[in-house]
Design a protein around this ligand. Structure first.
Ligand code: HEC
Length: 103
């Protein structure tokens, strides 16, 4: 929901699934195997869509946490001026793997 590289920003379907992942997490569901799949119709074509949540681990905080080292901050500012992917805590949903397969 807070991409570092805009190329990774979710589409409408993905954004909706990410919101339901947040709601499922808030109800206590583990992120270990949090998935969702659906067959969708787009402009008369059928697609299988699948997403799996990516949990934020301790190691991720070096670049996605609240206390990022200064050289890393400088490089992120240089390469990703519109970076939103900071301020995460371990256990947060960082994103999701997403598959879109024509049927
Ligand atoms: C060394 C720094 C670094 C670490 C450590 C790191 N990331 Fe990232 N992460 C990045 C950068 C840089 C990008 C942008 C990549 C690109 O340009 O597509 C990124 C992008 C992502 C994205 C794609 C969405 C977006 O924000 O653009 C996800 C998901 C992600 N990281 C998850 C993780 C997870 C989960 C971990 C820990 C297992 C992790 N990252 C650890 C630097 C890092």
């Amino acid at each position: 929901m807070k991409p570092r590289n805009a190329i990774n920003a979710p589409d409408k379907w993905e954004l909706n699934v990410l919101s339901t992942f947040e709601a499922r997490k808030a109800k206590g569901e583990s992120l270990d195997n949090m998935v969702f799949s659906e067959t969708v119709n787009e402009n008369g074509k059928k697609y299988f869509r699948f997403m799996k949540a990516i949990p934020t681990g301790e190691v991720c905080l070096k670049c996605h946490g609240t206390d990022i080292e200064q050289p890393v901050v400088s490089k992120l500012d240089e390469l990703y001026p519109a970076d939103q992917a900071r301020g995460y805590k371990a256990g947060d949903i960082r994103g999701a793997f997403s598959i879109k397969q024509p049927m």
